[in-house]
Design a protein around this ligand. Sequence first.
Ligand code: ACO
Length: 323
Amino acid sequence: VTRSKILGCGSYLPAKCLSNADLAAMVDTSDEWIVQRTGIRQRHVAAEGEFTSDLATEAARAALADAGVEAQSIDLIVLATATPDNTFPASAVSVQAKLGITTGFAFDVQAVCSGFVYALTTADAYLKAGLAKRALVIGAETFSRILDWNDRTTCVLFGDGAGAVVLEACEGEGAVSDQGILTSHLRSDGRHKDKLFVDGGPSSTQTTGFLRMEGKEVFKHAVGMITDVIEDAFAATGLSAEDLDWFIPHQANKRIIDASAKKLGIAPEKVVTTVDLHGNTSAASIPLALCHAVRDGRVKRGDLVLLEAMGGGFTWGSVLLRW
Ligand code: ACO
């Protein structure tokens, strides 16, 4: 059986960091409100002239070094982003060029906050189908560029950053004890598109636009959608919440993360949380959190890890893997 396994991971955060107090000086908000409602304490913001592809390239370099492989051995790059450098070409080809790769192929995946789960599932499917052998899967965002910095209901929630993994095709028995991606489950429902969207775009307004969100509506749907795709992952593998070593959810809001873990019966000490440090970095949040927990020694080889995300669209999905 062909499957894919993660050889290494890497991440990158822009140097500039805004605290809640910094935001309170810009809009009518407070550290107390932000922490209580979201768990966020700070977020990183890209410097002028620092693009999504720059963040992605830094994360990719770190992942390649961690995996101990050369950039030239990569024959597929899948970059999840809702904030590409340009409308086209895909920011993935900029990353490809910055890494000096002139073979294979690269493209972007757009599923907003579910982007990394979609990209990982896409790359896994390409590797399993024999279309490529070794992939870089990246989530990178500069949401600071699409925030309305006068809107306190959204500007306090998001941050910039990037995370990446190197994924390689390998042979295995197909057992749940094997290293690699065990199962993926993706969903979307476009009826919800007006609850979280950007009010611009090349075809509609010929502007970039700003992020708009009905926060309460998103919150209302999040936990149910998240638990559905996680129950699908358990049903497909015969595994359960008790078998998990780590739950690494999309980092949008601590209350959504805690409520999801509780509903699924996942013990709080198995939940990796970085929303306090990074804010919501959309497609970058899962690989940033994963890398954080690998680097601090929590996630070890052989551990069972559950990734999950939900975002604009709505899109949502889960990936269950053995690290
Ligand atoms: N600072 C201070 N007060 C604020 C702020 C702020 N930054 N933002 C809103 N308020 C005020 C509102 O104006 C409102 O005041 P009012 O009662 O006088 O009208 C009050 O706080 C309560 O606002 P609500 O919107 O009802 O607050 P709520 O408890 O719903 O929290 C939040 C808002 C944090 C956005 C919440 O709805 C939420 O977390 N939703 C999910 C959003 C999310 O996570 N989205 C991302 C997931 S998908 C993705 O990642 C793309």
